[in-house]
Design a protein around this ligand. Sequence first.
Ligand code: C5P
Length: 262
Amino acid sequence: MIMSTPSKRAVTAVIVVAAGSGERLGYGMPKAQVPLGGETILMHALRGVVASDVARQICVAVPKGDTALRESISEFTIDLVDGGPEISVVDGGSSRADSVRAAMAALEDGTELVLVHDAARALTPERVFQRVSDALASGAKAVIPTMPVVDTIKTVAETNGSDASIAPEVVTGTAPREQLRAVQTPQGFELAVLRRAHEAAGLFDDKQSAAVTDDAMLVELLGVPVHAVRGASQSLKITTPLDLIIAEGLLEGPLGIRWVEG
Ligand code: C5P
């Protein structure tokens, strides 16, 4: 693989989507604002992006009407050294895809590549950003970080008729585990490709829109190959209270977070 040097790298932006409500975490505040190891989830995510040194611009989508996250981003920006990335903030939308679209509209002219990252993956290591960025520099139009799946995954359907009294669901198939991957962020794209993918999604009905859980899915529908690089175990998406306990444990562990494989 041909590695890029920073000076030759195409102009790259990172979109950090942080506009989710975080209801499943049960903190009564946007998830990005929830404390983790003495900081907020968003600050951990932003530090990871800056440390990876892949971006010229970082655009953060925050919940509409938010002031606390905007203030913390301003303070974070002041602390950045000269020559660091430009940081901008936009109001997110009612779905993740709407938040991505709002941030894409705010990217600087001349941006060629974009990485879209969930703030909820607060502990994503720098090397995952770099792997995604390097694959784009090697010619990929779309790249996602993935991890092997440890559980056996089955498809199910709601049980009908008399069997409904036995159990609510019945198994309809078993996917071959060696072909399955758990998908993480940051997902990297040629900006023109991601824009085209989101434009196509503008024609979706409500049911189709609700089924969109990542950006790569939309790019797959265009027929553009999506390449996969290795993600990292500590890049878990903080969604439930258990995830937060695991993330705290990773930060506080005696060997530190860098110990974790990936
Ligand atoms: O809800 P979920 O955990 O799938 O959200 C993934 C990421 O997308 C989170 O970082 C969340 O803040 C972001 N998001 C967003 N705008 C929304 C919904 C989710 O930026 N409307």
